[in-house]
Design a protein around this ligand. Structure first.
Ligand code: ADP
Ligand code: MG
Length: 370
């Protein structure tokens, strides 16, 4: 099922006497989520992800705008008439019901010609349980399951009616690290097996990058960038997006463009034609540093961390905006352990230059001119 959002806005009345302006949790959101894809709404806490998801599910009403499922305008439909499955962070299973009864629950309320026989219900329960691999726990109560297993039950319950759209709000946040990894792979597998259009909310960029066909990066209620995870990582539209994606974080320096060259401190680190002279922010991905004796850029070394496959060179620079620069280089490089300064050439694709005032990327504009 394709999902289309048109000018979706959600305003909440302010409860703050000193700041009476409405809170705009979601701001004029336009988005098309293609049929059969898994997309992530990604952004920091408070950026409006849950509010947006709640409007798609029907739990909340937009202040403005329209939501379409396929050709149908569902904006005014209650959740139960939208054909959706919902999964939340806190599984929300009925504690007094068995796993089987929990999964069957949504089927028992079907009315009229959608009403199912006992046998048909059992068949659907089995199918959903098999999909999430919990068939052996059907007689247990939720309290007798691990967090990961409980979340699988919640997913089975969300899928049992064969929804057109599956909505998940931070479904992995209550799981420990190992289970989080495993369950996110499971969700991806289930999504691909069923082909259900899936909207997954998370604040965890790694989670979003690893499972999505597309990510939608949000900031303060706004849609900032939409695209395949690699595309967004490689071509961030703003400093905010560049900083939000990637671990370790992109290294940000004060820089300037002068005479078609990009400077950090006194060093001209890259050719950067096509822009007037100006102060800029320069982001360099950790993998953008190539150790080179005659490289154009250098920084003072603080330490070297050996990580097996890679080596992390940690350092300082007067123009650096954070605490420590991190350059990640292959361990095949011979690192002089006695050196106090490291010199690098920079990989141009890994260097992103941003407008000092707006944060908008400058390389993107140059690309469009090509
Ligand atoms: P996220 O899920 O991205 O963490 P939310 O969608 O929960 O963010 O919240 C977005 C913004 O809207 C926040 O500033 C939050 O405080 C505000 N907000 C959410 N729900 C309400 C509400 N019922 N009343 C007032 N403000 C709300
Ligand atoms: Mg939320």
């Amino acid at each position: 099922m394709e999902v289309v959002l048109q000018h979706i806005t959600k305003r909440f009345p302010s409860r703050d006497k000193n700041n009476p302006a409405d809170v705009i949790a979601v701001n004029d959101f336009d988005l098309t989520i293609p049929d059969g894809k898994l997309v992530c709404l990604l952004g920091p806490s408070g950026c409006g992800k849950s509010t947006l998801l709640n409007m798609i599910s029907g739990l909340a009403k937009p202040s403005d705008g329209h939501i379409f499922f396929g050709d149908v305008d569902v904006t005014a439909l209650p959740p139960e008439n939208r054909g959706i499955g919902l999964v939340f962070q806190n599984y929300a299973l009925y504690p007094h019901l068995t796993v089987r009864q929990n999964i069957r629950f949504p089927l028992e309320n079907l009315k009229g010609d959608r009403k199912l026989s006992k046998e048909a219900m059992e068949e659907k329960v089995q199918e959903a349980a098999k999909l999430v691999q919990i068939t052996q726990y059907l007689e247990r109560k939720p309290s007798e399951l691990s967090g990961g297993q409980q979340q699988r039950v919640a997913i089975a319950r969300a899928l049992v009616k064969g929804p057109g759209v599956l909505l998940l709000d931070e479904p992995l946040s209550n799981l420990d690290a190992r289970l989080r990894l495993q369950t996110r792979e499971e969700i991806r597998r289930i999504q691909q097996e069923t082909g259900v259009t899936t909207i997954f909310v998370t604040h965890d960029q790694e989670e979003a990058m690893s499972i999505s066909d597309e990510i939608i990066v949000m900031e303060t209620g706004f849609k900032r960038q939409v695209g395949h995870p690699q595309e967004v990582y490689d071509h961030p539209c703003s400093l905010f997006v560049a900083k939000f994606l990637g671990t370790p974080q992109i290294n940000v320096f004060d820089g300037r463009i002068a005479g078609g060259k990009l400077y950090i401190g006194d060093e001209a680190v890259l050719d950067f034609p096509g822009f007037p002279d100006q102060e800029v922010n320069v982001g360099i991905r950790p993998e953008g540093f190539i150790p080179a004796e005659n490289g154009a850029f250098s920084f003072e070394r603080s330490s070297v961390e050996v990580m097996g496959r890679d080596v992390s060179i940690v350092g300082k620079h007067p123009a650096f905006q954070g605490a420590s620069i991190r350059a990640i280089v292959s361990s095949l490089n011979k690192i002089d352990t006695t050196a106090t300064v490291d010199r690098f050439s920079l990989v141009p694709e890994k260097v992103h230059v941003f407008d000092k005032n707006t944060g908008a990327v400058l390389t993107l504009a140059a690309k469009e001119k090509e």
